[in-house]
Ligand binder design. Structure first.
Ligand SMILES: Nc1nc2c(ncn2[C@@H]2O[C@H](COP(=O)(O)OP(=O)(O)OP(=O)(O)O)[C@@H](O)[C@H]2O)c(=O)[nH]1
Length: 639
């Protein structure tokens, strides 16, 4: 990520700023005892949290301009959104950091800003960023008011005991209603309207006051300079030449380039080779101290992963080995190279990307039809989509994806089965691996508590949608006289694929949605297979609820009939559960001679057509000689 940033930006961040920082670090780098010379009371670590599209990245740009890190100019530049996917989709995927200098009342402050993504799938990035912060700018669009994710990020900030600076954005819009948004904040979160700031990130109004509020309202980090060095890793990425680079929050002590350090996960010794501030482009420093957020790297064999800790030798002696905390995955999908000769290339690309995206889990998988591949765990479908798009854009790796599935839990019986699955309770992330029903005592599926904020006129439609998705309503509460907050307990499998899109279209885009884990609960489930001309399509095996069996079977077969192109032979598409066919569709054969246009005409034109056909075929997966377009496996599940 930062490698990308560095390539793209040639801004020479203001010489003045560098001079201030260099002088303050020269003060701290002369001897270990001198560390106290860096005034920690002038460091602020903060993050911007908000619902998607409420203006976080735009505000980050204004803050970068105001502190001289980038040149003022383009209102729409979004400097911190540098990934191609971020620019194309207009969303933030990765949290990025920038260390900024600001002079306030003749004192120099070092402000570490962390820009966070807004989409529910990327909440993992938000959780990680706030760990390094003492406060947040809690941004709410004064035009849209409080949305589902506003509620989620507020409770996250509260849970982490962070100082909250409530801020209304987009007050320049003619339809903005700051007074009403303030009263929403009062009624939902008990926020005093007098403490709420109003800004326009686009126009730059009120941004300076906001920056000063960061200095006056957020406390300096509570890091301990006198203890041994310890830092938590909050982000990692791969650098072609320097190996794994990490973003670290220093919790105690100080660190210098050349110092010997250990990772908590394995307690192996490494030498610290790279140390820099991100402003947001890299600025090497010799020494860093507790309270700072810095980039660290131990060279190509140096390792490092998110959640791990970097320790000095003394701290390592006091600490036991512990692996980094794991993330809970909501969706799993198999990923396979489009042909096995590309296995190494895809493996490389997945490794590099997984390093930058710590939320994805990678396990080796194999399938008789698709060969060697991987089973990846994601936080949601958008996360999966973005990951595959990044594989293609940043690593030129094309892959076949299997139908996404949520993880299920089962209780197995019989000594043999218990031995085979290493215990009574087994998590199934791949429907193909569901044991024989005779060996299963009980099935469990994951549930979530969904929060929906919607205009009151859509309450009926939202209710119908949630009940249709097997939801159980919880008490709702009013946001103001026009908006209401509804909550439901919903099966994750009904939410993960297209719930958000359907909700948006039912409510003309006005409702917003967020969900939180509610654990596994007992359920009645079966495995459903799809056969094409009698051959099993591994990628399309799913686990479905028995009450939805016939509906799912019919929907899948009709959708497949629409998505598979007609071919030279007739195609039978069947949905089968335990040998019984629940639905069947037939796709008639072509009558027309499709290769006619290949004959006659100029030879170069013929070659071009053949090449186009060959390219098209690469994008297909062949089952029993029937060609299926690759996107079918994911798209077929969307309603
Ligand atoms: N009129 C107006 N538009 C704004 C303002 N701030 C942001 N926008 C616009 O709102 C849209 C979303 O802004 P972003 O900064 O991308 O929002 P975000 O919260 O970073 O979005 P995610 O990263 O996807 O969560 C963009 O089109 C911005 O130009 C503002 O103060 N006034």
């Amino acid at each position: 990520m930062v490698r990308l940033l560095n390539k793209i930006w040639n801004f020479n961040s203001c010489a003045y700023n560098i001079r201030i920082l260099k002088s303050s670090f020269r003060r701290c780098s002369s001897s270990t005892n001198d560390v106290e010379a860096v005034d920690m009371s002038r460091i602020r670590n903060f993050s911007i949290v908000a619902h998607v599209d409420h203006g976080k990245s735009t505000l980050a740009d204004r803050l970068l301009e105001l502190t001289g890190a980038i040149k003022p100019g383009n209102e729409n530049s979004q400097v911190l959104d540098q990934l191609q996917v971020e620019r194309e989709r207009g969303i933030t995927v990765k949290a990025v950091t920038a260390s900024l200098n600001y002079k306030y009342k003749n004192e120099d402050y070092l402000l570490n800003l962390i820009d966070t993504p807004g989409h529910v799938d990327f909440s993992n990035e938000v959780v990680r960023s706030v760990k390094a912060c003492q406060g947040v700018i809690f941004l709410v669009d004064a035009n849209e008011g409080v949305q589902a994710q506003t509620v989620a990020v507020h409770s996250l900030a509260k849970r982490n005991n962070l100082i909250i600076i409530p801020t209304l954005n987009k007050v320049d819009l003619p339809r903005a209603d700051p007074e009403n948004t303030k009263s929403q904040l009062k009624s939902l979160f008990n926020i005093d309207p007098d403490t709420v700031l109003s800004i326009s990130a686009k126009k730059g109004w009120g941004v300076q006051e906001l920056l000063e509020a960061v200095i006056t309202r957020i406390p300096p980090p509570k890091a301990d300079l006198n203890k041994h060095f310890k830092a938590t890793i909050i982000d990692t990425w791969h650098d072609k030449y320097r190996g794994v680079m990490c973003l670290a929050y220093i919790e105690s002590g100080s660190i210098e380039v050349g110092q010997t350090v250990k990772w908590r996960s394995d307690l192996k010794q490494h030498t610290l080779k790279y140390l820099a501030l991100l402003r947001p482009n890299e600025e090497p420093i010799e020494k860093a101290v507790a309270g700072q957020v810095v980039m660290v790297g131990c060279g190509p064999k140096g390792g490092g992963s998110v959640g791990d800790e970097l320790l000095s030798l003394e701290s390592a002696e006091e600490t036991k080995v512990a692996s980094a905390p794991t993330v809970k995955h909501m969706v799993y999908a198999g990923i396979f190279p489009s042909d096995q000769s590309q296995h190494t290339q895809l493996s490389d690309a997945i490794k590099k990307l997984a390093l930058n995206d710590s939320a994805v889990s990678v396990n080796v998988d194999s399938s008789p039809a698709l060969g060697q591949g991987w089973r990846l765990g994601f936080l949601g479908l958008l996360h999966l989509d973005v990951f595959t798009q990044r594989l293609l854009q940043e690593h030129k790796a094309e892959a076949i994806l299997t139908a996404p599935s949520v993880p299920y839990k089962i209780k197995v019986k019989g000594a043999k089965a218990i031995k085979q699955y290493k215990g009574e309770e087994v998590i199934i992330t791949n429907p193909l691996l569901l044991p024989d029903p005779h060996n299963i005592v009980e099935y469990y599926e994951p549930y979530v508590i969904g929060t929906i904020i919607t205009p009151v006129e859509y309450i009926g439609a939202v209710n119908t949608l949630c009940v249709d998705r097997r939801g159980t309503p919880l008490p709702s509460s009013s946001v103001d006289e026009k908006m209401t907050m509804m909550q439901f307990i919903l099966p994750l499998s009904e939410v993960v694929i297209d719930f958000h899109d359907t909700l948006k279209s039912l409510t003309s885009g006005f409702a917003s949605f967020d969900y939180q884990d509610y654990g596994f609960h007992s359920s009645s489930l079966v495995r459903m297979d799809i056969l094409i001309n009698g051959a099993l399509v591994d990628e399309l095996t799913t686990i479905v609820h028995t009450s939805r069996l016939e509906y799912s079977a019919r929907r899948l077969t009709t959708k497949l009939k629409e998505m598979i192109p007609r071919q030279m032979v007739q195609i039978a598409i069947q949905a089968v559960v335990s040998g019984k066919v629940y639905s069947r569709e037939t796709l008639k054969a072509y009558r027309k001679d499709v290769t006619a246009k290949l004959y006659g005409g100029d030879v170069t034109r013929r070659k071009k057509l053949l090449k186009q056909q060959a390219e098209g075929k690469k994008k297909m997966r062949s089952v029993a000689n029937i060609k299926i377009p690759r996107n079918t496996f994911v798209d077929v599940l969307k309603r």
